[in-house]
Ligand binder design. Structure first.
Ligand SMILES: NC(=O)c1ccc[n+]([C@@H]2O[C@H](COP(=O)([O-])OP(=O)(O)OC[C@H]3O[C@@H](n4cnc5c(N)ncnc54)[C@H](O)[C@@H]3O)[C@@H](O)[C@H]2O)c1
Length: 274
């Protein structure tokens, strides 16, 4: 990884021979990202607590022609994470890519969340990430370095009433990613985030989200997978401590809302204020 090969092209995105660990891979964004990494050449260690759907994804990965280690586990449980990563290293000998995708939460005003609920949100969205980073980084020893990709959210970058602790943990992951980007740079391990807004996924129900973003599209896990493939390989070898916003323009809009006639307004001007 010290010298970029000349002739940037499709091969720059090729990750054949690399090993990717990806959490929450049984559905939604995790499944789409796992399958994309496999199509671009990676062998995978996938995990999720949904055993049945995870096995289905493993079959899809093997049908693509890649090797796959399966871990049915809860990402909040440190010992189970360590065991899964050890199994992956025993099979593949190394780790190149870590995608911390598992996460989620529930909607409730902050004052209605008790300490048990808060602890669950912290472990689901933050401890899960530190668990996998600690387990994987010692095995990111390839001369090409490593890539850690943390799935955060637009909620890490704005207020999120009803999701205050979830959003705070996504912000914490973003901050952690920046610090780790510096700490791990000497061993060429890059640490970046992908911050998405509404993406059609099982966790959000079977909805068409067209109209919920500035770009009038119904985004799917494949839209996130594109950013994931870019961050995984050498095309992004000089990118660390950064965030790619896969949100259809919603962070940029910062309060500007598109009306049905296609014009934009904020709460202080235009027809939406009337
Ligand atoms: N879909 C969106 O609109 C959206 C928006 C912003 C951020 N995100 C983030 O993207 C990531 C993936 O979201 P998604 O919409 O695909 O979610 P999803 O709920 O559809 O899928 C998440 C997967 O992770 C697994 N999982 C969750 N908690 C787990 C745990 N403790 N242990 C093991 N497995 C666990 C689930 O079983 C599921 O297969 C999450 O981190 C989420 O916060 C999603």
């Amino acid at each position: 990884m010290t010298t970029q090969p000349t002739g940037f092209g499709p091969n720059t995105f090729d990750i054949t021979g690399r090993v990717a660990v990806i959490t929450g891979a049984a559905g939604g964004i995790g499944r789409a990202s796992a399958l994309a990494l496999a199509r671009f050449g990676a062998d995978l260690a996938i995990s999720d607590r949904d055993a049945e759907r995870l096995q289905d994804v493993a079959k899809e990965v093997e049908a693509i022609g890649r090797r796959c280690v399966v871990g049915v586990l809860d990402v909040r449980e440190t010992a189970d994470v360590e065991e899964h990563v050890a199994t992956a290293v025993a099979r593949f000998g190394k780790i190149d890519i870590l995608v911390n995708n598992a996460g989620g939460g529930f909607q409730a005003p902050f004052m209605n969340v008790n300490s048990k609920g808060q602890d669950s949100l912290i472990r689901e969205n933050f401890t899960s990430v530190t668990n996998f980073v600690r387990a994987c980084v010692p095995h990111m020893t390839s001369p090409t370095g490593g890539s850690i990709i943390n799935m955060t959210s637009i909620e890490a970058h704005r207020a999120a009433p009803g999701f205050a602790i979830y959003a705070a943990m996504k912000t914490a992951v973003m901050s952690l990613s920046k610090s780790l980007a510096l700490e791990l740079a000497p061993q060429l391990v890059r640490v970046n985030c992908i911050a998405m807004d509404v993406i059609a996924a099982p966790g959000l129900g079977d909805h068409d989200f067209t109209g919920k973003a500035v770009l009038p599209l119904n985004a799917t896990g494949e839209d996130v997978a594109g950013a994931c493939v870019y961050l995984a390989g050498d095309a992004s070898r000089f990118v660390t401590g950064s965030t790619i916003h896969v949100d259809g323009g919603n962070l940029a809009s910062a309060g500007w809302i598109r009306a049905q006639d296609g014009s934009f307004a904020t709460g202080f001007n235009g027809s939406l204020a009337e």
